[in-house]
Design a protein around this ligand. Sequence first.
Ligand code: ZN
Length: 314
Amino acid sequence: MTNIICDDTKKHYGTPPVRWERVSCNLCGRDDTELYHRERLPYFDIMLDFQIVRCRHCGLVYTNPRLADHNATYLQAGDSNPEVIEAHDRAKAAVFTTALDRIETLLNSRDVAKAGTTPRLLDVGCGSGHFMAAARARGFDVCGIEPASAPADYAARKFNIPVIRKNILDAELPAEGFDVITALDVIEHVSDPQEVLRCCAGWLKPGGIMALRFPSANWQKIKAVVLHRMLARSRAVFAPTIHLYFFSEKTFTDLAQKVGMNVLYTKTTATEPNTDSYLLDYIKVISHLVIRGFDALGGTHLGNLEVYCRKISK
Ligand SMILES: [Zn+2]
């Protein structure tokens, strides 16, 4: 369920009309939530108050109401700054390496790798293409989907890899055509994660692997409490202008099962430094050490979540 609400009280020179949309829970379909967090953020020339809520029934955390034009806002940012996206991708080199290590381990236990064929990998939301290039170097036959045209052009030009320039749900790909599908730092941005996962499950071969990475709900909450006390209240942590969903290990596992995938393995990773603020980078490095400490002590899931699923064979 989606309701559009126009807010004419927020009219301001240079700022487009603010259009909000209210949505039901993407996991259980109900509309019964409690407040999880508030964030006040700049939007063009004005400040907007956002609510992040938690479903009382299934625990899914999501932005509600959310900007009806959130996709345009996100794609505009991606479109105009391919260099920024590339720098962000370069900072994630270590994440790419460990993700590919894990994918290869999971694939090698299956017949697909033993059959002597080149495994096919689809990177959903491929950005500037660095992950696809790393996967190709390991022997995967790769292609990507990227709706923002500038990074898609960059990826195709720099790496000569086919990139479909469409929204995920508009892409036309062969059913059961891929051994691996990856969506790193993507699912939190999409309007309908359940439908996107269902679509990806349809493109995966039975027994195929899907790998995702996304910000976890509890880690965002901890960061927000700390950063909003130390820094300006307007510092984006949940970043609800562009981040719509914040899964936990449980809510993601429940969603994956709904579309016919089993979660095989979950791990946490720190947010990589991105040099937008020395203080923030310092905090991120410290948080990385804290996360590693908690993980070593007992597998506490702080940090971003990396999740590996297998499509259930019929
Ligand atoms: Zn729910």
